[in-house]
Design a protein around this ligand. Structure first.
Ligand SMILES: [Zn+2]
Length: 346
């Protein structure tokens, strides 16, 4: 009897050693080898019938203990191996979350709007308020109130697109002047307004002209406004836009709504005034038109020109942007070519 017990204990020890494999298939082979129908446990069960009845019970218990210990060991090892396999797989399939994120495409502010924002900010810093007017303007505000009566030849300079005989797409932002003067009057001085917006003219489209473009107008009405005030403002504006060592030059000109009128040139930033292809060898670049507001314009809206005066200046936003960024063709601004626009992304 004790001999059989020793055999069973050796069998158990042997089985527990073999169970410690790290291969699931081998483990299954071990299970079949010890617990299968032709295995030693089954053989031992069969052998029980040859034992004396008083020995059978104790032996049977021993066989069952050995059997269940082997079965438990196999079960435990199976679970362990399956767990290890899962852990291994998770480790192999880990997603590297430290990779840079996919590029997210975002828009930017259009270069023309950047110039508008910049100039508006400049004038706001000097106490101007921003105003807007309608793009479909009446003949009255677009021309008549700016000293351009019906038969005035200067109307031909900026003929436009008429919606009906009395309304047109505005040819300049100056219509905002008369509208503002009417709304404010002499008891609300000073009037200091900056007015950016789209304007329309029947120009041929070429590299520097478009039938639609943007303008910024600034005007001021107060007591004792003089050419000196205008010149100081223009100088500060030119230096803000093109660099602190720029000079300006005023040339006499004509606009129906200002008197005197001037064209404003800024010294070329590229050659510093010595002459280059940008300034066409002159050392100067024309940037805008300006002047003291014509007394007729002020009188028409009820101002007493003995008491008040004012100046106005207007510039093409595209022209400023082209000079500032070295752009050779105005049409680049309107075709939405991302390669062009991306260069101005802040
Ligand atoms: Zn130059």
């Amino acid at each position: 009897m004790s001999e059989q017990n020793t055999v069973l204990e050796q069998l158990l020890a042997q089985a527990l050693t073999e169970v410690k494999t790290d291969d699931l298939k081998t483990l299954n082979d071990v299970r079949v080898k010890y617990l299968g129908k032709k295995g030693p446990i089954q053989e031992a069960m069969k052998a029980m019938k040859d034992l004396a009845p008083e020995e059978r019970k104790a032996f049977g218990q021993l066989v069952n203990t050995v059997k269940s210990e082997i079965a438990e060991a196999v079960e435990a090892q199976t679970t362990a191996l399956e767990q290890a396999a899962i852990v291994q797989r998770l480790a192999n399939e880990t997603i590297d979350i430290t990779l840079p994120a996919r590029h997210l495409h975002t828009g930017g502010v259009h270069p023309l709007q950047q110039v508008v924002d910049d100039i508006t900010q400049f004038f706001r810093s000097m106490g101007y308020e921003a105003a807007e007017g309608p793009e479909v303007e009446t003949d009255f505000y677009n021309f008549e109130m700016l000293n351009l009566p019906h038969d005035h030849p200067a109307r031909d300079m900026q003929d436009s697109f008429y919606v009906d005989p009395h309304r047109l797409l505005r040819t300049h932002t100056s219509g905002v002047q008369a509208r503002t003067f009417e709304a404010r009057g002499e008891d609300q001085l000073p009037i200091k307004v900056i007015c950016p917006g789209k304007v329309y003219r029947r120009d041929d489209d070429d590299a520097t002209h478009s039938h639609q473009f943007m303008q910024i107008e600034a005007f001021i009405v107060d007591e004792n406004v003089s050419m000196a005030n205008l010149k100081g403002t223009l100088q500060a504006l030119a230096r803000h836009l093109f660099g602190s060592d720029r000079e300006i030059r005023l040339r006499p000109s004509f606009f129906p709504f200002t008197e005197p009128s001037v064209e404003v040139d800024v010294s070329c930033a590229k050659c510093n005034g010595t002459g280059c292809n940008v300034c066409k060898q002159t050392g100067w670049i024309e940037i805008l038109g300006a002047g003291l507001i014509h007394p007729n314009v002020l009188t028409m809206t009820g101002f007493d020109t003995e008491k008040v005066s004012g100046f106005a200046l207007g510039m093409g936003v595209e022209r400023i942007a082209m000079l500032k960024y070295g752009i050779e063709d105005i049409r680049h601004f309107y075709v939405n070519d991302v390669r062009f626009l991306q260069q101005f992304k802040r």
